[in-house]
Design a protein around this ligand. Sequence first.
Ligand code: FES
Length: 76
Amino acid sequence: MTIDRCYCYDVPFAHLRDVARDTGAQTVEALQDAVCFGHNCKLCHPYVRRMLRTGTVQFNHIIEEADEPASDVPKS
Ligand code: FES
């Protein structure tokens, strides 16, 4: 199974990447100011953070909060 969007709102990560490029949004919250997504189960949030960090918009594995934490504080 390929994970490529916020399924609750049917918003593809590719669209969010385009919006991030256009607006300079660097966080889930900044993207949510421009696009309605990610307000329900929030399982898409770590995927969106990975997309913001790497540009990847399709995933074939599970990414959880612990894998891509919300804080931008470097892991020690
Ligand atoms: S998949 Fe994005 S809020 Fe549920």
